[in-house]
Design a protein around this ligand. Structure first.
Ligand code: KIV
Ligand code: NA
Length: 265
């Protein structure tokens, strides 16, 4: 298969072909996701939640993100692999942001990075782009600033916030970002943003008008069961199915059904 590039994503928007994006954090999962023809694999800092069990995305480190990204890159033949720059490794100043982006690109072999925020991170985005590193933006609900807002509720419901978000999206486009994630904003606002910029928008809880959709793979597979936002569609109930399989193994061991005659040397 032909590799997905930042250029092919912009072409997809022009052709009206929706972009599929999912997270992965390890080799085995990324192999399955890539083989299923997902266009973009995001090594999200949601690894802090689903991999490490933290309550927020703040604790995950740059080294840990690079470890996840390296594992994913080894598995992928087709998808574009984008890596989140984690909290605390780009906010101090643009040079730190560039250093972190370079470490991700060099040490993991990833294809692009993603950072949260609009005008606040303008200089950092510029510097990273100047180094030839593709940048994906992320607006709306930005989980790295959860303590500023206090809740994970829908963002930009008021017109002043909506206008700021549109300005931020236009700015990111003008700087040269290749796509923007829009998280948990009204469907109508996603529509406005997507119509006003030529780079693709990728929604999560942003309604049907985004140029693509993204979900956390564990949520889509139903491996997580405490997380139930309205936008989430579960395609499996792996939490239950895996639990049943593992219980069966336990009882087979206890009952001495496993291993049987064929399963030994
Ligand atoms: O970290 C993540 O998984 C993300 C997506 C939800 C967009 O940033
Ligand atoms: Na993220």
């Amino acid at each position: 298969y032909k590799r997905v590039t930042v250029k092919s994503l912009v072409d997809m928007k022009q052709k009206g072909e929706k972009i599929s994006m999912l997270t992965s954090y390890d080799y085995s999962m990324a192999k399955i996701v890539d083989a299923a023809m997902v266009d973009v694999i995001l090594v999200g800092d949601s690894a802090s939640n689903v991999m490490a069990g933290h309550e927020t995305t703040l604790p995950i480190t740059l080294d840990q993100m690079i470890y996840h990204a390296t594992s994913v890159i080894r598995a992928v033949n087709r998808a574009l692999v984008v890596v989140d720059i984690p909290f605390g490794s780009y906010q101090s100043d643009p040079k730190e942001a560039l250093r972190s982006a370079i470490r991700i690109m060099k040490e993991s072999g990833a294809h692009a990075v993603k950072l949260e925020g609009g005008c606040e991170i303008k200089e950092s985005v510029k510097r990273i782009l100047n180094a030839g590193i593709p940048v994906m933006g992320h607006l709306g609900l930005t989980p790295q600033s959860i303590y500023k807002f206090g809740t994970y509720s829908v963002r930009a419901k008021e017109e002043d916030e909506a206008e700021k978000l549109i300005e931020d999206a236009k700015m990111l486009e003008k700087l040269g970002c290749f796509a923007i994630v829009l998280e948990k904003i009204p469907a109508e606002l996603t529509k406005r943003v997507s119509e006003q910029i030529s780079i693709p928008t990728i929604g999560i809880g942003g309604g049907p008008h985004a140029d693509g959709q993204v979900l956390v793979i564990h949520d889509l597979l139903g491996m997580t069961h405490e997380f139930n936002p309205r936008f989430l569609r579960r395609y499996m109930n792996l939490y239950e199915e895996m639990g049943n399989a593992i219980s069966k193994y336990v009882s087979d061991v206890k009952n001495q059904d496993f291993p049987n005659e064929d399963e030994q040397y």
